[in-house]
Design a protein around this ligand. Structure first.
Ligand code: ATP
Ligand code: MG
Length: 439
């Protein structure tokens, strides 16, 4: 069955982007540089998904084309000649210059990534490849999987032509993730993690031939830099069904080769299932957890690794080099999680004392993971109320009453706060009486 490409483009790409793509195609036709939409974009167009990233490959000198484009249409262009890449960015004034009707102005700048077609060779497994300018065919054949190795031509009378040298369309129809050649995972072991990500995201199988490439490449995972392998795992943790992806990675024995402390069992799966629920919590929770937006992987790491001991986290950090903030939160979740059963019997002031030093990220993560109702209630109250409770008197007030600056002031303020938290006092007058007693 032949696909109706113009109809598919209209379904996945909004009118504004489509119009701009036509302008780009027009200009590439004029300078006779074939231009293509490539990779994941084509895959997602065929799957009927909305497109947000526009990856374009040009056969020819991208920076020269970029110059023509800006001269003719305006906007800004950022060129990296060394990598043969250029980004065309349009803001409101660019749209005005193009005389786009006012209703068209998007809220954000619009951009397109242009890359010169290139081939890649690998001198060493897991290292970055040597890159050379080339044609579209070579550019498609250097990619990870057949479903990501298709191109749609945009210029000239070739508009809408599909290039599919590795059978991506057929694999997309039968739901198969297939590597392009037998040393694909040896060249780049991160592709094994990408395979599982696409497989679980789209509900696809990994082809038998491709699965058979894993054993030989598994031992090369140890040679990947901290930055590269952490990035792969973070992309995974950003996904809707991160839990099933990690489960799959574990089944294929792709977690332990990263580090022996990276395991995945049913309880980890149950904790990570909260990643998908936390958006609902966000709506009903009275405190602000919008800050998880775009950093879902931080919550993912915390939910995944909270049962690890302090030492284990330290060891894992040597391999993965977490950011300082994340590392602090990982230690914190580990401490809190190890003591979790104790919280339900603590007084509010004791909870505040224990949780006070830890990051909100860590405390929220444990709240998402806790199963026991009483414990959940304690964490909920801490997050929603207790952490905000403060006495009316301040350090300045105490100084005015003749107290020397020093630790004593802090101690009295903590005592007043505890009295509020534990319901010993419920009015300003009572706070004042208690202060007099303490003084
Ligand atoms: P996503 O929806 O996750 O962004 P994507 O297919 O767009 O998926 P990107 O990581 O954005 O993936 O990369 C864009 C394209 O670049 C891929 O579709 C693939 O063709 C190619 N690519 C990316 N990473 C690799 C890799 N490690 N090896 C080979 N080709 C790759
Ligand atoms: Mg992408």
């Amino acid at each position: 069955m032949k696909r109706d490409i113009p109809a598919l483009l209209e379904k996945s790409i909004d009118g504004l982007h489509l119009e701009l793509l036509h302008l780009l195609a027009h200009q590439s036709t004029a300078v006779q540089m074939p231009m293509y939409l490539v990779g994941g974009v084509v895959r997602d167009i065929f799957l009927g998904k909305a497109i947000n990233d526009f990856d374009l490959v040009v056969e020819g000198d991208t920076s020269a084309l970029a110059e023509f484009i800006v001269k003719k249409y305006g906007g800004k262009i950022m060129v990296h000649s060394r990598f043969g890449t250029a980004k065309w960015v349009l803001n409101e004034s660019a749209f005005k210059r193009l005389n786009f009707p006012i209703s068209h102005f998007p809220e954000f700048d619009v951009s397109f990534d242009l890359v010169t077609a290139r081939s890649e060779t690998y001198s060493q497994p897991g290292a970055l490849p040597n890159v050379e300018p080339s044609n579209i065919d070579a550019d498609l054949r250097r990619r990870d999987f057949s479903i990501n190795a298709m191109a749609l031509r945009l210029d000239s009378q070739h508009f809408g032509e599909l290039l599919d040298p590795t059978g991506g369309e057929a694999d997309l129809r039968s739901g198969l993730i297939r590597a392009l050649h037998p040393v694909s995972f040896i060249d780049d072991p991160t592709r094994m993690y990408r395979a599982i990500r696409y497989g679980a995201r789209y509900g696809f199988q990994i082809s038998e031939d491709t699965l058979a490439l894993i054993p030989e490449a598994r031992s090369l995972v140890g040679g990947l830099s901290a930055q590269r392998i952490r990035h792969e795992l973070e992309l995974t943790l950003e996904e809707e069904n991160a839990a099933s992806m990690l489960e799959w990675l574990n089944e294929l024995d792709l977690l332990k080769p990263i580090h022996p402390h990276l395991t995945f069992d049913e309880s980890a799966s149950a904790r990570l299932a909260n990643l998908d629920k936390f958006r609902d919590l966000q709506r009903i929770s009275p405190w602000n957890i919008d800050r998880w937006d775009g950093t879902r992987h931080v919550l993912g790491w915390l939910l995944w690794l909270m049962p690890l001991s302090h030492q284990q986290i330290g060891a894992l950090n040597l391999r993965l080099q977490f950011t300082a903030d994340l590392l602090g939160s990982l230690f914190a979740t580990s401490w809190i999680f190890a003591d979790l059963s104790k919280f339900a019997s603590l007084k509010p002031s004791q909870c505040v004392e224990r949780l006070g030093p830890y990051s909100l990220d860590a405390i929220e993560a444990v709240y998402f993971a806790a199963r026991d109702e009483k414990t959940r209630d304690v964490f909920f109250k801490y997050l929603a109320e207790w952490r905000h409770v403060k006495p009316h008197f301040t350090g300045d007030d105490l100084k005015e009453r003749g107290l020397e600056p020093g630790p004593k002031i802090g101690k009295i303020l903590r005592r007043l706060r505890a009295a509020w938290l534990d319901g010993e006092i419920i009015s300003r007058e009572q706070e004042s009486n208690l202060l007099n007693e303490l003084l």
